[in-house]
Design a protein around this ligand. Structure first.
Ligand code: ADP
Ligand code: MG
Length: 134
């Protein structure tokens, strides 16, 4: 059984997609072990996305993540990390396949790409620890 961290990003929360997105994960057999609404500070967003520091989009990403409330989900299930990455689709929503969350709940693009999901078990553990400490 794996655990992964999903963030429903401010764009998707503002567009009212939260419950529809959660329903997709539940319909795929995942269990929501914890959830909550959270408002990230700039320092928290920089820490969360630390591995992207120096990329051209870093400042825009921090602005996007702090632009409004997010919904934090801890999801559990078999192969949860890869399953959720597949369900979310490509990072660039204009390249995400129909049926994926980033395609079907698409907003403005760039850093506003609807959802975040952990990319490995190690990332999931790190991200869970961050949110538990905030
Ligand atoms: P993913 O979220 O699919 O794991 P990355 O780890 O590559 O994608 O990037 C983290 C986040 O940074 C993305 O979800 C997106 O919000 C933002 N981002 C990545 N690449 C770009 C880009 N070329 N332009 C704007 N924002 C980007
Ligand atoms: Mg990533």
């Amino acid at each position: 059984m794996e655990m992964t961290v999903v963030l429903i990003k401010p764009d998707a929360v503002a567009m009212g997609f939260t419950e529809s997105i959660i329903n997709r994960y539940v319909a795929a057999g995942l269990r929501v072990s914890a959830r909550g609404t959270y408002r990230m500070t700039a320092d928290e967003a920089k820490q969360f996305y630390a591995e992207h520091k120096g990329r051209f989009y870093f400042a825009a990403l921090v602005l996007a993540m702090t632009s409004g409330p997010i919904e934090v989900l801890f999801l559990e299930g078999e192969n949860a990390v890869q399953l959720v990455r597949n369900m979310n689709g490509a990072t660039d929503p204009s390249k995400a396949a129909p049926g994926t969350i980033r395609h079907d709940f698409r907003s403005v693009g760039g850093p506003f790409n609807t959802v975040h999901a952990s990319d490995s078990l190690a990332s999931a553990s790190r991200e869970r620890t961050l949110f538990r400490s905030w």
